[in-house]
Design a protein. Structure first.
Length: 317
C-alpha cells in the first residue's frame, strides 16, 4: 500500500536546519535515537515546529538498503511503529521519490554530512522538504514534510502578482523585474538590447460599439500573436539572457517587448514591423471581424538609455 504524506491546512515557515542544530552531525549511533541524544532533541524540536504548523511529517530511520529500522517520535508509536518498521521506503512513497531518497541516503552515508533538499515530482504538483542525517554507519534519519500547499499557494500569489488575467502574458511588474538584471548583464558585456512598446488604437471604439467584453477578446488575441511571433518568449527557465525575449501587457491597451542581443536599430525595426503587421491583421470575434491600428516605439540599449525606466520612457515617446 502506498503511504502518502498528507499536506496540512497551513504552514508558517520552512525548516531552519541550522538553528535546529542538525548541520554539525557527529555520526550518532542508532541507540541515540529516542534516548535523549542531540539528534533526538533536534528532531523533537523540528517535529514540534511542524505539528504547530498543521503539517504531517514523515520521520524515519532508514538503512542503506532503504529498510525502515525505527520510527522515532511517532505520534502513535506502538501502532505506526509496528506497521512501518521493516518496510521498504518503496512502500511508503512514490517510485520516483523513493529513487531520489535512496540516492540522498547514499550521499549522506558517504559524506557523513547533513543533506537538506526539496523534492518535486515529475508533475510539479507534489513538493517535499527533506533532511537526511547519518545516525550510524549504515543508517540515516530521514525527515520529510509535504510543502505542496505552500508551494501551490506561492505559485498562485505569483500568478496574481505577475500575470495579466486577460491575455495570460506577464504584466508590467514582471517585465520591469526581468529587464533590470538583463540590462545589468548587458552593461558588463557591452551588449545591446531593444525595448519595443506597442500602443493599440481603436480598442475603446470597439468597446463603445460592441460591448465591454470585446476589448478583452481583442487584447487576448493580440497577446497570442505576440507570443507566436517571438523567439523563446517568456522562457520559464532562462539560462542565458541573450537567448530569450519577454513580452508583457504593460497597460490597458499597451504591450511591451524586450529583445536581448539585438544586432542594432535595423534588426529591431524589422522585428517591430513584423509584429505590427501581424497584430493589424483582422481579428474574428464571434460572428464579427475587427481591426486595430498599432503604433510602436523603439528604445535601444545603451544609446537610448541604460536603465529600465529610461528605456521604457523613450520607447513610449
Amino acid at each position: 500500500m502506498l503511504w502518502t504524506i498528507a499536506a496540512g491546512a497551513r504552514m508558517h515557515k520552512p525548516f531552519n536546519w541550522r538553528r535546529a542544530g542538525l548541520t554539525d552531525n557527529q555520526g550518532a549511533d542508532d541507540q541515540d535515537i529516542g534516548q535523549g541524544g542531540e539528534v533526538q532533541a533536534a528532531v523533537g524540536d523540528r517535529v514540534a515546529d511542524l505539528e504547530s504548523s498543521g503539517v504531517t511529517n514523515l520521520v524515519l530511520v532508514v538503512s542503506s538498503d532503504g529498510t525502515v529500522t525505527s520510527v522515532p517520535n511517532s505520534p502513535d508509536s506502538e501502532l505506526n511503529g509496528r506497521k512501518l518498521v521493516g518496510s521498504s521506503i518503496d512502500d511508503l512513497v512514490s517510485a520516483e521519490m523513493a529513487s531520489w531518497v535512496r540516492e540522498r541516503i547514499k550521499r549522506t552515508l558517504r559524506s557523513r554530512e547533513v543533506q537538506s533538499a526539496e523534492f518535486e515530482d515529475g508533475s510539479g504538483n507534489q513538493h517535499y522538504e527533506c533532511i537526511f542525517v547519518a545516525t550510524g554507519r549504515d543508517s540515516v534519519l530521514f525527515v520529510a514534510r509535504d510543502i505542496s500547499a505552500r508551494i501551490n499557494a506561492d505559485s498562485k500569489i505569483q500568478t496574481l502578482a505577475y500575470v495579466d488575467s486577460v491575455t495570460g502574458l506577464p504584466n508590467r511588474e514582471y517585465l520591469f523585474e526581468k529587464l533590470t538584471p538583463l540590462l545589468d548583464d548587458l552593461r558588463l558585456k557591452e551588449g545591446r538590447a531593444a525595448v519595443i512598446c506597442f500602443d493599440i488604437d481603436q480598442v475603446d471604439l470597439h468597446s463603445r460599439v460592441s460591448g465591454a467584453r470585446k476589448p478583452d477578446a481583442i487584447m487576448k488575441e493580440l497577446g497570442k500573436r505576440l507570443r507566436e511571433g517571438l523567439r523563446r518568449v517568456n522562457d520559464p527557465e532562462p539560462v542565458d539572457y541573450e537567448r530569450y525575449s519577454v513580452a508583457a501587457r504593460i497597460d490597458y491597451r499597451q504591450f511591451g517587448v524586450v529583445l536581448p542581443d539585438i544586432g542594432g536599430g535595423t534588426d529591431a525595426e524589422a522585428v517591430t514591423s513584423r509584429l505590427t503587421e501581424s497584430m493589424e491583421q483582422p481579428i474574428t470575434i464571434g460572428s464579427s471581424e475587427v481591426t486595430v491600428t498599432v503604433r510602436a516605439g523603439i528604445a535601444l540599449f545603451p544609446q537610448d538609455g541604460t536603465d529600465t525606466t529610461t528605456m521604457f520612457a523613450n520607447a513610449m515617446t
